[in-house]
Design a protein around this ligand. Structure first.
Ligand code: MLT
Ligand code: ZN
Length: 463
């Protein structure tokens, strides 16, 4: 029996479609990577239906690709051809809120922004926040250990997951950690699934920890003269203000975001670098502290100008300069890098990265931006019109090789928050050792002995 017949027998009510437009839309993600057509797309309604899908996949040797909001940038949700895509669109329930535990239990298809909204309605806060939160699913966030702009204060998705139910590639349902705060009973399997990009199993439920809502805040946008000053400003601000985000962007990022959204310049004059930071501001004393920080940065020559939000509307307007970058260049199909180093190594990393880019690729339009307060730098390289797609790709891969070598020298990571997916799979070994990769393959083998779970992701396909 083939997959369709097997699953129809095991789970007669399950929706499975081969409609070409659905195969097309659900076989790709925001990475725009060309994959291949999936065999079908399944829309399970429950954890049990997901389990039946995995069992049917095992029985018929059919690979599965999990599909959330498909906002990933490394091709983790792209079909390579012939897989069954498992969409979690029908598993969106947000419920089982516990005010004592301060947790909420959700299905994997719950939209990140809906969880944030739900938390606010309980007088609490779900702090994982990033530009695609209106489309991304919690299951996908868990699969990639999503980060975003508030990692500085609240950590990553990993830090919010109090429990996770998964169906492994063997078809077992595991209930990992069950919302416990303390649990020293052996390996914490929950953490293996977080960031595993669907290669070990499928998340069917997650229990998320909520936190107190932050106090009122302000956003400050600063014009910074050089890269070293970005980190000097960070240290200065961090010593006096309670920062919840500290982001940077360069002049090219500012240029593209302004052009795409027809935004006015945030300051009177353009600057080579900008910082956007959000800090708690609950009255006169906090305002004075912010002003004093700004003035001391000005005196030291690190900053030449700046603006502080005066309203909620201005907070949103200032964030637009940072959060709009990725979307502003998306139509130009940039070549993306998502690198991280320890925060203390950021100044050296940035300056060596700069040396590398200007020595080897002076003619390329490179956007540098990111979550500098947690050591995460995004590089987006744009293809000059006169360079063919193939030549561009080859050149970018040269750049990547050099960037990854530098990242490895500084003890960093080839993927900070976008995952490895298909796109970064050839580079996995640049910042993970052979021994680590061997262990990872061994773990995959335990949870997914038939290799049906999101094949070709994280690990390159043989041949
Ligand atoms: C961001 O920080 O804007 C996102 O990670 C998306 C991106 O880097 O393109
Ligand atoms: Zn990012």
């Amino acid at each position: 029996m083939n997959f369709a017949a097997t699953i129809a027998k095991a789970c007669p009510g399950l929706k499975l479609t081969t409609e070409p437009s659905v195969l097309e839309s659900h076989g790709r993600d925001w990475s725009d990577l060309e994959g291949g057509a999936p065999l079908a797309v399944a829309f399970p309604n429950s954890g049990e239906e997901v389990r039946q899908l995995v069992l049917a996949a095992r029985q018929t040797a059919t690979p599965l690709v999990p599909s959330g909001g498909r906002t990933g940038l490394s091709g983790g949700a792209v079909s390579l051809g012939g897989e069954v895509v498992v969409s979690f669109e029908r598993m969106r329930r947000i419920g089982d809120y516990d005010p004592v535990d301060r947790t909420v239990t959700v299905e994997p298809g719950a939209i990140t922004q809906s969880v944030q909204q739900f938390a606010l309605e309980q007088g609490l806060y779900y702090p994982v926040s990033f530009a695609s939160e209106g489309s991304s699913h919690i299951g996908g966030n868990i699969a990639t250990n999503a980060g975003g702009i508030r990692v500085l204060r609240y950590g990553l998705t990993r830090d919010r997951v109090a429990g996770v139910k998964v169906v492994t590639g063997r078809g077992d349902l595991l209930d990992c950690n069950r919302g416990l705060v303390k649990n020293a009973s052996g390996y914490d399997l929950r953490h293996l699934f977080i960031g595993s990009e669907g290669t070990l199993g499928l998340v069917v439920e997650a229990t998320l920890r909520l936190v107190d809502p932050p106090p009122p805040s302000r956003v400050m946008l600063l014009a910074v003269q050089d890269m070293n000053s970005v980190m000097n400003v960070f240290r200065r601000l961090q010593s006096s203000l309670a920062l919840s985000a500290f982001e940077f962007l360069d002049d090219r990022s500012m240029f593209h975001v302004r052009r795409a959204y027809q935004l006015p310049g945030p300051l009177e004059e353009d600057s080579p670098w900008y910082v956007i930071t959000e800090f708690d501001c609950d009255g006169e004393a906090d305002e004075q502290a912010a002003l004093a920080c700004f003035e001391s940065c000005l005196e030291r020559g690190w900053v030449s100008d700046g603006v502080v939000s005066q309203s909620e509307r201005q907070i949103a307007e200032l964030w637009r300069y940072r959060e709009g970058i990725a979307e502003s260049v998306a139509p130009l199909a940039p070549y993306k890098n998502d690198l991280s180093v320890r925060i203390s190594r950021v100044p050296e990393f940035l300056s060596r990265l700069q040396g590398l880019l200007s020595e080897h690729y002076p003619a390329y339009d490179v956007l540098r931006y990111g979550h500098i307060g947690d050591g995460n730098i995004h590089l987006n390289i744009l293809r000059p019109e006169h360079v063919s797609r193939q030549e561009f790709k080859d050149r970018c891969e040269d750049i990547s090789q050099k960037c990854y070598e530098l990242t490895a020298q500084l003890g960093g990571s080839a993927s900070a928050e976008h995952g490895i997916g298909i796109i970064k799979a050839p580079w996995l070994g640049t910042t993970r050792s052979e021994a680590e990769i061997e262990m990872m393959r061994g773990i995959k083998n335990v949870f997914d002995p038939d290799g049906i779970m999101n094949p070709g992701k994280i690990f390159e396909r043989p041949g």
